[in-house]
Design a protein around this ligand. Structure first.
Ligand SMILES: NC(=O)c1ccc[n+]([C@@H]2O[C@H](COP(=O)([O-])OP(=O)(O)OC[C@H]3O[C@@H](n4cnc5c(N)ncnc54)[C@H](OP(=O)(O)O)[C@@H]3O)[C@@H](O)[C@H]2O)c1
Length: 235
């Protein structure tokens, strides 16, 4: 029998790491992906301490680079591991006026939030046998539901991810693939540590609490299918 795993892009910090913690605690093997190897190692050490019998794997993978994504697919295939859950979580923000957009800014934001999400999903779909159940969880943002000031590029990427998610759901209807769209609001994570951003996020949501809502909805369905999850802070 093939080993099952949950693949989490951006699993080395913030919401992705909080999701990985809950998954290993419930006995699920995880593979966390990120660009920074040292950050991945630190995250893996944290996960291993609480993992019990679950396996923790890391891979340096820039999901916006096709060759990195193919290597991830090859790792899974070579080790005869089948993906049970794919969390497309990696992302980054950018907060600038609409009149300052550059090609570099667009590439930086679209790379994890849209292009990488598509590349990784495509690879996992390709290597996962049709007879196996696969749940794909796309972590977007409430910025995929509304247009926001100073977030034109980020909103464009997240709305793109939402369009992709809806089309994917239509295309995969009737198969053993389940697509879940997640729209979180502001969380206290490294996401806000970007140049020119100094907003007070002390009242934002704790990523661990957001992760708990998501993982509970996904793992404890008992004959139900959760399709869309929006999580906002109270004020
Ligand atoms: N924090 C918020 O307020 C908020 C609100 C709504 C939605 N979100 C969304 O929630 C998701 C998680 O963000 P977070 O708040 O947890 O931020 P975070 O702590 O900064 O985590 C982002 C993760 O994505 C990884 N990453 C970034 N670019 C990548 C790439 N090209 N390839 C692979 N990994 C990449 C980062 O690792 P490396 O740097 O090592 O690559 C890191 O592990 C994102 O999609 C974000 O847009 C966040």
């Amino acid at each position: 029998m093939m080993k099952k795993i949950s693949v989490i892009s951006g699993g080395s910090s913030g919401l992705g790491l909080a999701i990985a913690e809950l998954l290993v605690k419930s006995g699920k093997n995880v593979l966390i992906l990120g660009r920074d190897g040292e950050k991945l190692t630190r995250a893996a050490k944290k996960l291993i301490r609480i993992s019990g019998s679950a396996h923790v794997n890391t891979l340096v993978c820039n999901i916006g680079k096709e060759s990195d994504v193919r290597m991830t697919g090859k790792f899974l295939k070579d080790h005869k591991i089948v993906t049970e859950y794919l969390f497309n979580n990696a992302g980054r923000g950018l907060f600038t006026g609409a009149g300052t957009s550059t090609s570099e800014m667009i590439d930086d934001v679209f790379e994890p939030n849209l292009k990488g999400l598509i590349l990784l999903t495509s690879e996992i779909l390709k290597i996962t046998p049709e007879k196996e159940d696969l749940t794909i969880v796309n972590i977007m943002s409430t910025s995929a539901l509304a247009g926001r000031d100073q977030e034109t590029i980020y909103c464009a990427a997240k709305w793109g991810a939402r369009g992709y998610t809806e089309a994917l759901r239509t295309e995969l209807k009737g198969t053993k693939r389940n697509i879940i769209a997640v729209y979180p609001g502001g969380m206290k994570t490294d996401f806000w540590k970007v140049p020119g951003q100094n907003r007070d996020v002390s009242g934002y949501m704790d990523p661990k609490e957001v992760a708990a809502k998501i993982v509970h909805a996904i793992l404890n369905t008992k004959g139900m299918i959760v399709s869309d999850i929006t999580i906002n802070r109270k004020s």
